[in-house]
Design a protein around this ligand. Structure first.
Ligand code: NI
Length: 169
């Protein structure tokens, strides 16, 4: 396993169209293992393939409930939101959007269909914080960052901040 580079805004790979995964082989398992290691190293609660420069429809999310116990995670391949209801506002951050956290409006409850690492299909209904994390990560597969959900003013303030950092580099 190895820790992968996490690409940050405004890198264009974060906006690139992603391909549906159709081959469930050792190479895919390798990518998944590396992404899980990279997520925990960061540390983060979720990671989408575009964040490590791979334009494929794959996300990993942390599902650890017992902080004392072993880390647990879930792998969702080709995830799609098939049902949604309600709304909630919660604070979000992103490993690809450094130095920013902000409130984002999301569905309160969602149902997601996805495939596991063997290619078997599943459906998952979830709500609250875990539903937020899944919506955030699935957005990444569509080239959408959480800053895209903010007001134009907040977004342009962040863009200016990033521009200044890049000029200093
Ligand atoms: Ni993110």
């Amino acid at each position: 396993m190895s820790i992968l580079k996490i690409y940050q805004y405004p890198d264009t790979v974060l906006r690139k169209k992603t391909q549906k995964i159709t081959t469930f082989d050792n190479d895919l398992t390798q990518v998944v293992d590396d992404m899980v290691e990279t997520m925990y190293d960061a540390p983060g609660v979720g990671l989408a393939a575009p964040q490590v420069g791979k334009s494929i429809r794959l996300i990993v999310v942390d599902t650890t409930e017992d902080k004392e116990g072993d880390k647990e995670h879930m792998v969702l391949i080709n995830p799609e939101i098939i049902e949604s209801e309600g709304s909630q506002i919660d604070e979000e951050g992103c490993l690809s959007v450094p130095e920013l956290s902000a409130n984002v409006k999301r569905y309160q409850k969602i149902t997601v269909c996805f495939q596991d690492i063997q290619g078997n299909s599943h459906e998952l209904s979830t709500e609250d914080r875990f539903a937020v994390i899944l919506q955030h990560e699935i957005d990444h597969l569509n080239g959408i960052l959480f800053i895209d959900h903010l007001s134009p003013l907040k977004r342009s303030m962040y863009k200016k901040k990033v521009k200044k950092w890049l000029e200093k580099k």
